[in-house]
Ligand binder design. Structure first.
Ligand SMILES: Nc1ncnc2c1ncn2[C@@H]1O[C@H](COP(=O)(O)OP(=O)(O)OP(=O)(O)O)[C@@H](O)[C@H]1O
Length: 375
């Protein structure tokens, strides 16, 4: 079961360089959230502040009732066990096999014996489709496999909060879709609170319940995904469409003269390179694979959103209604597939982990890339 992470008035600087200030947001328990923002806006710094690796000058980060910015190092050590972190490059030890990399947190943080460690490690490697690759070294496998190994390691202590720093970096679009699906399935299985830092617009559009964006040293917004995706905020629109024209520049903010020149170019029909996608057309959120339990957080998210709905902009309200309807339809279809497959374990009937990516022959056919361990 995930825990809520509540950030209040958080400010972080390195020397005289302020990274962000007065960041306030709550990662609701068990929900999946994404944090977007141009390069260098301090997204990775934010993740590190959440686990107490960096120390903000002001504000609080409350995890499971403890303010980790002020607690003792002993308390922090305990709180950190609630977290599983997937670092950008998987952060694997190059000289250790995937098995030993995955076992590392268990050997470091628990008194479990080697046979129990073996069971847990194999279960997690199996979950990410790497059961056959335990003896490989990180240098011998693909980037996608390293990501999944990093995820297996992030999962071994049964985290209640999972932080993922750019889970898509270095992956092709198909492997990105697999790892995104895996995160949703894991969320369905263990109800962990998840925060994904990403530049990937497809992930932002289809995976999280909530999205936030850091820009100009501040959190521009944080809330139900439809709010950001339908936002009229110029920086948000520019970021989503990946356009040169707009307030986000190559390094710092644009000056007025450059902005005026761009406006002229745009007026004359010159492209800023961005997609013309209509992001207010909400794509339904990715659902757990057939045979997986329902995401418990989905119902809680919906309840929360209902309560705040009247406070949201009208186009966000409309988008929320539409995506709720679409998701209900998809859920019904999914249940039909489960029924056809004779899988009576859907929803609350099931608990605990399962070998969704590796178990039966049917699953083997359904997730061939994972079985082959070649993604
Ligand atoms: N330990 C540190 N000491 C000094 N400056 C740091 C440190 N860590 C990060 N920074 C600075 O903080 C800023 C934000 O870095 P961060 O990596 O969090 O950005 P980001 O939004 O994650 O970027 P990207 O999307 O490119 O990964 C950068 O200017 C970086 O140089």
């Amino acid at each position: 079961m995930g825990v809520e992470v509540s950030v209040e008035g958080l400010t972080k600087s390195f020397g005289s360089q302020n990274i962000w200030r007065d960041v306030t947001l709550t990662l609701p328990e068990g929900e999946v959230s994404a944090l977007l923002g141009p390069s260098g806006t301090g997204k990775s710094v934010f993740l590190k502040a959440l686990i107490g690796l960096l120390h903000p000058e002001q504000g609080s980060v409350i995890v499971d009732g403890t303010d980790i910015t002020k607690c003792s190092s002993k308390e922090l050590y305990e709180i950190r066990k609630l977290f599983g972190v997937l670092f950008q490059d998987g952060a694997l030890f190059g000289s250790m096999s995937l098995f030993d990399n995955t076992a590392f947190p268990l050997r470091e943080h628990t008194k479990k014996g080697e046979s129990e460690i073996r069971d847990i490690v194999m279960e997690k490697l199996d979950l990410v489709g790497l059961a056959d690759a335990g003896d490989k070294l990180p240098g011998e496998i693909s980037g996608g496999m390293r990501k999944r190994a990093g995820l297996a390691r992030a999962l071994v202590l049964d985290p209640q909060i999972i932080l993922c720093d750019e889970p898509d970096s270095g992956l092709d679009p198909v492997r990105t879709a697999y790892i995104s699906q895996l995160l949703i399935d894991i969320n369905a299985e263990i109800d962990a609170t998840i925060l994904i830092v990403t530049h990937n617009i497809n992930i932002a559009r289809t995976i999280p319940d909530n999205i936030g964006m850091l820009f100009r040293k501040e959190l521009v917004m944080f809330g139900p995904r439809e709010v950001l995706l339908t936002s009229e905020e110029p920086a948000v629109k520019q970021f989503l469409s990946g356009d040169r024209f707009g307030p986000i520049g190559m390094s710092e903010e644009k000056d007025d003269a450059t902005a005026a020149q761009e406006a002229q170019l745009a007026e004359a029909g010159v492209s800023g390179g961005g997609t013309k996608d209509d992001f207010s057309e909400i794509i339904p959120q990715v659902q757990p694979n057939p045979g997986m339990p329902e995401r418990k957080a989905a119902a809680r998210h919906r309840e929360r959103v209902e309560e705040m709905l009247h406070t949201l902009p009208e186009n966000a309200q409309r988008a929320i209604r539409e995506s709720q309807q679409a998701e209900d339809e998809i859920r019904e279809e999914r249940q039909k597939v489960d029924a056809q497959n004779g899988d009576g374990r859907n929803g609350s009937e099931r608990d605990g982990h399962d070998d969704q990516y590796a178990g039966s022959d049917a699953n083997t056919e359904q997730f061939p890339a994972y079985r082959a361990g070649n993604a």
